[in-house]
Structure formats: structure tokens, C-alpha cells
Design a binder for this molecule. Structure first.
Ligand SMILES: [Zn+2]
Length: 732
């Protein structure tokens, strides 16, 4: 290799650049970069380049928002260097252009967004040098060394880069066009987002379901049975199917309970079944966020921040922005090293897991190469953690990840459930019990309740004492408000209610947003005041409801979780090369074009304008009831804007060859006729006098009071002229 040729490494932020420099033993320092005789390392500060504002794509789009500008679909998207990082961009650009730099190593965050950060800079800098990709699963020294020794050809991540561009451009097209369209049409700022709007709809639907919910009382009948020292509970079920135990009438419940009181029961049947609960899979980002929100009340955003700190600066967790809950065979082969690192904190459990791994004859369910695309599940790295150096929140997250990782290698939890049916006369009561055989992986997550609830040993035909029986009142409950945890779950399944882990896996590809972006979407909805947070509860505001109602009434696709989920799947498919960038963008552009055309002439629900400051009302508009005010050339209705109903009621100051003053306008608006005749003139200059009248929203000359000397011709001309104002454009 040429003595003077060097590789330029571009990291996503300065701290990461320093870590890489440390691993490479590189000390030389320049302005905005580090250098030795083999490498130059520089950094971005997040995004340095972004898609330009509409006005920079096309000067016409920079003017006041209007329907004529839409759809805004740039031929090619113009990128722009962000002002606050202009200096660093200039440094990166000049380094890329240096003669001794022969190739560029992309060391941004190993995901879609990181790829976008790099490729935008590379493109804007006009660089054409070969790209290599640093793809690290963790930030430990060993992890970085390994990644540096196994650089991936840039071409391998080209599809990821294209999907990143497509995601950003699709968001721009949908957001810019429809926010502008709905804002112009409704007269109030309406912000629409490709992912944000369907998520908001989930919240609005939930709020409505809660508000429309009518609680209902119902009763169950519960009894205590058996010996005094070993009583057990039984619940009545409606014969003959014995599926339902609700009674909707109190009298009926009381009656039934009374029938069973002081009677002798009899065991009808006894059965027991073995059950097992397999260990859960390790965490991906979304499941980690959900569980941490449920257990510690941390927001999705906060959990991502903490996980990022533990990955990036503490280096004790692997890459957090992952959507996989599986490990590769490669990682599995070294898993004992990971367990060794956490041994000091979890001696017994990690030993248990290690023994199971050493003794394993086949792979565990959590090891599956096919289910890992870019990054494996979040697990502890091989670097030991020092608890004193972690904040309580950091420790909580770290501990959750460690315990879950160990749980994945522990045995199933096994138990025996038993069921006893008791007949009191002909009324059936069911008692259920559960006894744990082996708590298995529950030892790793001890907050899971695993209490034994045994039933006394009874046999078919045994007489059973009925100790007491009575109706118990219940009330049906509305659906719960969303929390970060439940909303993340709903986003992952695009609003479908799924509690089965496998089904959830299957729906993942069609979720709303990606694991890396979901927390930010929730925060954006809160910052726009579309959603409010009270404790853990997330609730749509009136403003949020209004936005969803407006958009849904005219373009339901835009708030449809299913449709957005399918876009998301296409982006994922694109990363794998099965759908091209032009195909995807073509579909998005069509949707925008059609949406705009469909809505361009649609009437929207309008809100009446309020009296502009400094203006006084001369009376009420006969067409819409709005205030009529004086403008420079005419008196007009304040609801003239499209968003306020587009009312065109106007009385011109110069009309019928005469002048109309405010007093006359007031008279017209209240009495529909002027009290005195005005001096008027026909088009060909013939003078006459007449009162004006207001008829069907138009000002006309009153023929009855028309000066008798006027000729029939004048009458005709006046009648023809009277149609003018209504057809004329209002002058705002
Ligand atoms: Zn009006």
C-alpha cells in the first residue's frame, strides 16, 4: 500500500470517534478530526444534512401556503447543510476530498438512520471514493476491533441506504403536502405525519371508546366450600354450557344464591392438567421499553436514552435499536463470556444458566440466525458492570436485560392446574387451583407471581359442606387509557390487539414506525399538544381529536394503521432488495397526487371567522349570519376565506352609478331596504333616484320607488346590472 494513502473514518458523534481512536491507538489531533499515518477520524453531530424546506426545492412553494402549490413533488430532492453544523460539514467535506484519502469508512450508528446520516453527507460533499461499513454489535474494545477487522463493503448496505432515503422522502411528501392542504382548507394549523397520524388515531379511538362506555352492573355467585381448616372458593357457572358466570339482574342473583344456601354439595368431577410456560425471548428495544414503562414508569424515550448510554458510554449492553429478540449462533458460541461478565451481580442464576448451556444437546429457542437481520437481541456485553458507576435508572435497565438474558436459557416453568366441579342441587360451582412443580426461569424474574394455590384432596362423589354463598357485585370497566407500554405494543402490531407472543412476532414487520423511531413519535404528539400525558396515561386532546376527525373524514388512508403498516413492511422489504426505490417512491407519489386531487375541491367543515381587530360590525350577513364589515372598496362578510365557509356576500361602495354609505348598509342589513332614495345612474349616463333593497342575499334597485320619469329602458338596464355584485370577486 502507498505510504501516504489513508482511510477516513466518519463516526456519528464525537464521543464515538474518540472511542474508535482509542481502539486504534490514534493520537494526532487536527481541527475537527484525529489523524495518524494510517487513519483520519472525523465525526458528524447527528444529522449534518437534511432535506431542504419546500421553498428551497421550488421558489413557488416558499410563498404563502395555497392549494395551487399542491402537490409538491420534487423531481429530485434538494439536500441542505444544516446551519448549526455548517463548520463541521465543511471539515468533513474537505477531508473527503483530500488526495491522500483513498476510501471512506462509514462508522455511523449501525442502522437505517445512521446509514442516512452518512449517505447524505457523502452525497452532498460530492464524494465518489469507495465506501466501507463498520458494523459493530457492541462498543467494547473487542467489539470495535472485531468490526474494524471485518469491514463490510459499502455496496452491501446500499439497499439499507435507499430505504433510509425513501423513508425520509416519503415522510416529507406526506407531511408537507397534507399538512399544507388541511391547514389551507380548515384555516387552523393541522400537522399530518405518515406515521404520526395513524398513531394519533389509535389514541383518539381509545379516548372515544372510554367516553362512550356505559358501565353496567353484573353479579357473580361465589361460595366457600369444604372443611373449616381448609376452605376453598367456588364460582357458579350458568348451566348447561358452564362458560358464563355473569348475571345481569340482582334479584336473579340473590334468588339463586338463596337456593344454594344451607345445602349440601357434592363433588361432581376432579381433573388436573400439567402446564408449562416457556422462558420469554431476550429483549428487543420495543419489549424493553414496554416492560421498563410498566415496571418503573419510564417513558419510551427515556428507556432508549438509558439503553443508548449503557451501549455507547458504559459499553455494558449491546446495540439497543434492534428489532430482533434472537441471538445468532456466532453470539451464542461466546455467550458464556457474557455470563461471566455479569456473574458478580447474579451468581446463582448465571451459574444455573451456564450449566444449562454447557449441558445443552441442542440449541435454545432464542438462538436463530434466520431471525436476526442487522442486530441481535439486547444482551449484556462481555464487559463487567460496576454498579456504583451506574445511576439507579441505568442499573434497573441493565438488571432487566441481564435477568431476561439468563431467563432465556433456564428451564420451562411447570405447574399443575386442578379443577373441581361441585353440584349444589343442580347448580354447578367451579374451583380451580394451581401448584408449581418447577418454577424454572421464574427465578430470574422474581417479580412474577408464582404462589401455589392448592385445592384440598377431594374425590368424585364426596359430599362437600357449603359454608356460605352470596352474590358479588361487579361493574364492567371501560378500556384502559394507553400508556407508553401499551401504545408501543399497539404500534408494533399496527393497532391489532394481540397478546400472543408468536402472533406479535409475525405482525412486527407491519408495525407503525420502527423500534428506533417509536419513542420520538410519542414525544412529537405530546409536543404538538395532540396528546397529553398524566402520570403513565397518554390521552388524545381535543385538538388531537379534531385533527384525526378532519383528516379521517376526507382521506381515511392517511390515518389508517393498516395502510401505514404495509408501507413500513415495504421499506423493510426494500432493505432486503425485494422492492426497488423507484417502485416504492412511485407508490407514495401516486398516493400524494391522488389525495391532493381528491381533496382539492372538497368542501371541508368550516369554522366562522371572528371580527377582525379594529373593525366594527355593520350587521349580519344575510347569507351566512357572519358580521359584515367595511373594506376599502366594499362592505363584505368576514367569512370570505375558504376555511370560514368562503362566503361571497358583498355590497360594493360604488354600485348602480351611485355611492353607498355605512348607514345605508346598516339599513339594508336590518330592514332590507334603505329609508331614502339614492342618486343613481345607468351605464349610459341617465340619472335617476331609487331606494335599494336586499333580496335573496343581493342588493337590487327597488323598482317600486324608482323615479317615475325613468324610461322602460332604464328599468331593463337596472335589472341587468343588479346581478353584478353577486358574481364579482369580493375584495378583502
Ligand atoms: Zn356571509
Amino acid at each position: 500500500m502507498n505510504q501516504t494513502s489513508k482511510s477516513l473514518i466518519l463516526a456519528e458523534k464525537p464521543s464515538v470517534a474518540r472511542e474508535i481512536a482509542k481502539v486504534l491507538g490514534l493520537r494526532g489531533r487536527g481541527q475537527g478530526y484525529l489523524e495518524d499515518n494510517r487513519y483520519v477520524i472525523t465525526w458528524a453531530v447527528g444529522h449534518l444534512v437534511n432535506i431542504a424546506e419546500p421553498g428551497d426545492q421550488n421558489p413557488d412553494w416558499g410563498k404563502q401556503w395555497s392549494l395551487q402549490q399542491l402537490p409538491m413533488i420534487p423531481e429530485r430532492f434538494t439536500l441542505t447543510v444544516l446551519d448549526q453544523t455548517r463548520d463541521q460539514f465543511a471539515i468533513v467535506k474537505s477531508l473527503m476530498a483530500r488526495d491522500d484519502i483513498t476510501d471512506i469508512i462509514n462508522a455511523t450508528d449501525a442502522g437505517r438512520e445512521g446509514e442516512l446520516i452518512f449517505r447524505r453527507i457523502y452525497l452532498t460533499a460530492g464524494c465518489t471514493k469507495p465506501i466501507k461499513r463498520l458494523w459493530a454489535n457492541d462498543m467494547t474494545e473487542a467489539g470495535l476491533k472485531k468490526a474494524l477487522a471485518n469491514l463490510v463493503p459499502g455496496e452491501d448496505k446500499r439497499n439499507l441506504g435507499l430505504a433510509a432515503f425513501a423513508r425520509a422522502e416519503a415522510d416529507w411528501l406526506v407531511g408537507m403536502n397534507f399538512s399544507r392542504l388541511f391547514t389551507v382548507k380548515t384555516g387552523g394549523l393541522v400537522t399530518v405525519g405518515r406515521v404520526q397520524s395513524p398513531v394519533l388515531k389509535l389514541l383518539v379511538d381509545r379516548r372515544k371508546a372510554i367516553e362512550n362506555f356505559k358501565p353496567q352492573n353484573y353479579w357473580t355467585i361465589e361460595g366457600m366450600f369444604g372443611q373449616e381448616d381448609e376452605p376453598f372458593k367456588g364460582v357458579w357457572f350458568a348451566p348447561p354450557k358452564r362458560k358464563d358466570n355473569k348475571l345481569w339482574e340482582e334479584d336473579h342473583a340473590k334468588e339463586l344464591a338463596k337456593q344454594c344456601t344451607d345445602k349440601q354439595g357434592m363433588v361432581e368431577s376432579v381433573s388436573s392438567t400439567r402446564g408449562r410456560q416457556r422462558p420469554p425471548l431476550p429483549f428487543d428495544l420495543t419489549t424493553l421499553q414496554r416492560e421498563a414503562n410498566t415496571r418503573f414508569g419510564l417513558s419510551a424515550k427515556r428507556v432508549l436514552e438509558i439503553a443508548q448510554e449503557l451501549y455507547e458510554s458504559k459499553k455494558i449492553l449491546t446495540y439497543p435499536r434492534t428489532d430482533s429478540r434472537y441471538l445468532t449462533t456466532e453470539v451464542y458460541n461466546e455467550i458464556l463470556d457474557h455470563l461471566r461478565a455479569i456473574y458478580p451481580h447474579f451468581q446463582e442464576i448465571s451459574t444455573l444458566a451456564a450449566e444449562r448451556i454447557k449441558a445443552a444437546t441442542k440449541k435454545f429457542a432464542c438462538v436463530n440466525d434466520k431471525k436476526v437481520s442487522d442486530h441481535h437481541a439486547i444482551i449484556p456485553t462481555k464487559k463487567p458492570a460496576v454498579r456504583e458507576q451506574l445511576s439507579p435508572d441505568q442499573w434497573n435497565i441493565y438488571e432487566m436485560v441481564c435477568r431476561r438474558t439468563m431467563a432465556a436459557f433456564l428451564p420451562d416453568c411447570t405447574f399443575l392446574t386442578s379443577q373441581v366441579w361441585i353440584l349444589v342441587e343442580t347448580e354447578p360451582f367451579k374451583a380451580t387451583g394451581k401448584i408449581f412443580k418447577d418454577r424454572g426461569w421464574f427465578v430470574a424474574e422474581p417479580w412474577r407471581t408464582a404462589k401455589d394455590n392448592p385445592l384440598p384432596g377431594v374425590a368424585k362423589g364426596d359430599p362437600i359442606k357449603v359454608r356460605e354463598v352470596g352474590p358479588v357485585k361487579h361493574t364492567t370497566k371501560p378500556p384502559a387509557h394507553f400508556t407508553d407500554a401499551s401504545l408501543l405494543g399497539a404500534m408494533e402490531t399496527a393497532g391489532k390487539l394481540v397478546d400472543n407472543e408468536e402472533l406479535q412476532e409475525a405482525l412486527k414487520e407491519r408495525g407503525l414506525g420502527t423500534p428506533a423511531t417509536r419513542a420520538q413519535i410519542i414525544e412529537t404528539l405530546i409536543s404538538r399538544n395532540y396528546v397529553t400525558k398524566q402520570g403513565k396515561k397518554l390521552m388524545a386532546t381535543d385538538k388531537g381529536c379534531h385533527v384525526v376527525e378532519t383528516v379521517e373524514a376526507s382521506l381515511p388512508d392517511l390515518v389508517s394503521p393498516e395502510l401505514t403498516g404495509s408501507w413500513e413492511q415495504e421499506l423493510k422489504t426494500m432493505e432486503h432488495g425485494n422492492i426497488t426505490y423507484p417502485q416504492f417512491m412511485g407508490r407514495i407519489k401516486n398516493m400524494v397526487r391522488q389525495g391532493v386531487e381528491n381533496l382539492r375541491n372538497r368542501k371541508f367543515a368550516t369554522t366562522p371567522a371572528t371580527l377582525p381587530p379594529g373593525k366594527t360590525s355593520l350587521g349580519k350577513c344575510p347569507k351566512c349570519g357572519g358580521d359584515v364589515v367595511e373594506n376599502s372598496k366594499a362592505y363584505g362578510c368576514i367569512n370570505w376565506r375558504e376555511a370560514n365557509g368562503g362566503c361571497r356576500f358583498t355590497i360594493w361602495k360604488n354600485m348602480f352609478g351611485g355611492k353607498i354609505n355605512k348607514t345605508q348598509v346598516k339599513e339594508l342589513l336590518t330592514k332590507e331596504i334603505t329609508s331614502n332614495a339614492l342618486k343613481l345612474e345607468t351605464r349610459d349616463g341617465k340619472k335617476y333616484e331609487a331606494r335599494l333593497i336586499l333580496q335573496q342575499g343581493r342588493v337590487k334597485v327597488d323598482m317600486q320607488t324608482n323615479n317615475r320619469s325613468a324610461t322602460a329602458k332604464v328599468r331593463q338596464q337596472v335589472a341587468a346590472q343588479a346581478d353584478e355584485p353577486g358574481d364579482a370577486k369580493p375584495s378583502p
